[in-house]
Write a protein that binds this ligand. Sequence first.
Ligand code: GLY
Ligand code: MN
Ligand code: MN
Length: 440
Amino acid sequence: MNPDYCIYQQRRQRVLQQLGQDGIAIIFAAPEQRRSNDTEFPFRQDSYFYYLTGFPEPESALILNGREQSALLLCRDKDAEREIWTGFRYGPAAARDLFGFDAADSIDQWPQQLSKALPGHRQLLALWGLYPEHDRQIMPLWHTMVQQSGYRAASKGTIAPSELVNLAPMLDQMRLYKDEYEQSLMRTAAEISAQAHIRAMQTTRPGQFEYQVEAEILHEFMMRGARFPSYNSIVAGGKNACCLHYVDNAARLNSGDLLMIDAGAEYQMYAGDISRTFPVNGRFTPAQKAVYEIVLAVNQTSITATVTGADWQQISQQAIHQLTQGLIDLGLLQGSVERNIETNAYRRFYMHGLGHWLGLDVHDVGGRFNGQGEPLLLQPGMVTTVEPGLYIAAADDIPPEFHHIGVRIEDNVLVKESGNEVLTASVPKDIDAIEALMHH
Ligand code: GLY
Ligand code: MN
Ligand code: MN
């Protein structure tokens, strides 16, 4: 076995322990996605499957057998002719040896292998709902078994599972805490993302198109070993920044406008996710500066508060409070902070959350509450984004100098035993530092 893959074997062992003698789990690779006739989107492995296998190929599955405490990989067979067209495949035998599975078989055999392994397990766990076509394939196998042997039958060893259980909560709980290896990959993903934002600040000029800035970003990602962005880059000049998930990136950049970029690299499956906002011509106007300073202060206060034991809901509430006060100071909201929060008036200018978990998925799994609905307090190894923003669309009741100002400042923060580590610290966010970089 290649030692690089030990980490995945250890994760499988942790899942097998939690399954105990009673549970059997099946996890599928991601499907390939057609882009147009005879061409596919670049393949991206399923995050759960990857987390437990490190195995890169589509048309694969993993069966974790609790009774035997064993891991079976199902994957594509070697096929000399197909490999000439679509490239190398490991094949079951080599995959088993290299990636450290107990056994491997052809992917065609997964229904037979699952049916064979089901008897005697009380629970069948799967990522129900993630790939409905697989749910539809699993159900008839289970039905057949229930009809043949029943799940109340006395003879242990032949009974069908009586519980179909969602595997996601167990895996989500594991994925929420990034181990040292994951932390180092995320550090790299964040640093590559940061360098791409720096390049964008250095190269942006009035008159360019947004997609030309996007090209600089993707260039930097790839030159540094990140083949893909972790989500479609948002390169939004002027009023486009007020559209939260703008991905057209097709407009011309005007001097006097701000440019909001939300872009992150995916490095060895782990996501970076950075937003920065800067003036197209390199100088903030007084109104842009005023809005920017409010968002920056909230970004910094919130990051300082992102430490072990803290309650994310409280940090988010504090951010809303601070942004609302800022909007009142600018004259964009009237009345008290409390009243503007009570009536949701602030939401006209700040309409998203303060952040999300980050990991294999850019919006990573885990949730912000535990099973009892209580807030999950921050713990070492968790990685969250911190991304306050203000978005001021043009309207009659807004002074013209504030029209079309959209600002988001987003960093990636690793919670540590003491304090935190801002993984995205290399890319400037102070006004002076940004202006200096742009005029260098
Ligand atoms: N890039 C998507 C987000 O910030 O949530
Ligand atoms: Mn984000
Ligand atoms: Mn983002």
